[in-house]
Write a protein that binds this ligand. Structure first.
Ligand code: PLP
Length: 442
């Protein structure tokens, strides 16, 4: 494709995307295809002669769309939101067009400099303590990771490196890796346990209180118990806004224990983090001053396309030390130097609808954009309702387990979800529930 064709086809693609997003509400939110469906729609080997762009373009609707889950549909209430927006799509196009890889300042100065300033801006919007910002002139600062899972892995490897070495060249030989152990609540995202697996380290999941919150006394008891067994506790991951139910660990208590016991404290606020920009939710972040690192996902709520997870650390040298390999070809002479919070109101609107219907119950307090609810009755009934809702494909929801009960999660995900979509979803849920209850009562 030459530049002139790119001008034409690029505009066609912009039109396609604009139409797709404008009309997304009309599409069935879940696909209705079977595993292997694409194999039946395209040849089993690459064409010897290239096809025209027009032919390739037609395949978007013919081949791709039937197998798409429409994450940006106002009827998508599964998992947590994935953000995008027209400005972010334009920015993605520019980023692809410039196509540079900013692995050092010298490899493309604008990349590093813009990232540093944006991380300071966002850190200030979140009212993060100064120590986390570049402008403090201290060793703190922020960095963009792909995902929150990566941020947790980076925190884990940095904490491991810190406990095992006084400097990169001075490894403490009295710290055997197999004795290291890290902690998170049993509600933490699976990426914490996975990070420990990838780092070759032990992970202990700790029980939570009735509010599904990990408390300081439970953590301290675990640390003391493990130390008595000869283990070396080195990291705690606290969660603000768990994936299951949007619960909040008590980060004030956890941070205090970590400071006293000299453990790295990482806070994972992948979903909830964006909300802390709002003054009415900022108190949920109180205690972050005791953390060593903190991460949240602009790609969930801040209208930034996947993938963009922001991470701040109090001492960036801990990360640089842990990951630096710095071969000669990377060296350079400068070395060393909007949010859409209607989600929350809409979640409360949904919560009210659930509460008004005696057949349902809300099982966990709603703080942000997630409502955990269930049909009163056995787990199998709830499983059947959810299966049928997703099979019909008008809306989509996901399950979780709360206090050993099967629970349905309703997340307000799309930036375009409106009150009418909440009522649409509720009608669908009521319709399916009535059908399932009627068959059961036959
Ligand atoms: N942590 C929490 C609390 C989450 O809710 C999620 C995903 O929803 C993640 C981590 C994983 O996020 P990512 O896909 O950015 O790794």
């Amino acid at each position: 494709m030459e530049a002139e064709e790119f001008r034409r086809y690029g505009k066609q693609m912009v039109d396609f995307i604009a139409d797709y997003i404008s009309n997304i509400r009309e599409r069935r939110v879940l696909p209705d295809v079977y595993p292997g469906y694409i194999r039946n729609l395209i040849p089993d080997h690459a064409p010897v002669e290239g096809e025209s762009w027009e032919e390739v373009f037609k395949d978007i609707e013919r081949v791709i769309m039937p197998g798409m889950t429409h994450w940006h549909s106002p009827h998508f209430h599964a998992f947590y939101p994935a953000a995008n927006s027209f400005p972010a799509l334009c920015a993605d196009m520019l980023s692809g067009g410039l196509g540079c890889i900013g692995f050092t300042w010298a490899s493309s100065p604008a990349c590093t400099e813009l990232e540093m300033v944006m991380l300071d801006w966002l850190g200030k919007m979140l009212h993060l303590p100064e120590e986390f910002l570049f402008c403090s002139k201290g060793p703190g600062g922020g960095v963009i990771q792909g995902t929150a899972s990566e941020a947790t892995l980076v925190a884990l490897v940095s904490a491991r490196n810190k406990v095992m070495s006084t400097s990169k060249t001075n490894v403490k030989d009295d710290v055997p890796m197999e004795k290291l152990i890290c902690y998170a609540s049993d509600q933490a995202h699976s990426s914490v346990e996975k990070a420990a697996m990838l780092g070759g380290l032990k992970f202990r999941s700790l029980p939570v209180d009735d509010a599904l919150s990990l408390r300081g006394d439970i953590l301290r008891a675990a640390i003391l118990e493990d130390r008595a067994k000869g283990k070396i506790p080195f990291l705690v991951v606290g969660t603000l806004g768990t994936t299951n139910s949007c619960a909040f660990d008590n980060i004030k208590e956890l941070g205090k224990v970590c400071s006293e016991e000299h453990l790295w404290f990482h806070i994972d606020a992948a979903y909830a983090g964006s909300a802390f920009i709002c003054s009415e939710f900022r108190h949920l972040l109180d205690g972050v001053e005791n953390a060593d690192s903190f991460s949240m996902n602009p790609h969930k709520w801040l209208l930034v396309n996947f993938d963009c997870s922001t991470m701040w650390i109090k001492n960036r040298h801990d990360i640089v030390e842990a990951f630096s390999v710095n071969p000669l070809y990377l060296k350079h002479d400068k070395e060393g130097q909007i949010p859409d919070y209607r989600h929350v109101d809409l979640a409360h609107e949904f919560e009210e609808l659930v509460k008004k219907d005696h057949r349902f119950e809300v099982v966990f307090p709603v703080t942000l954009g997630l409502v955990c609810f269930r049909v009163k009755g056995p787990d199998a009934l709830n499983g059947e309702v959810l299966r049928l809702i997703n099979e019909r494909g008008r809306i989509t929801l996901t399950p979780t387990i709360f206090k050993e009960m099967y629970v349905i999660r309703f997340a307000v995900c799309s930036k375009d979800t409106k009150s009418e979509d909440i009522r649409y979803a509720w009608r669908e849920i009521c319709y399916v529930t009535s059908q399932v209850l009627a068959t059961r009562n036959l």
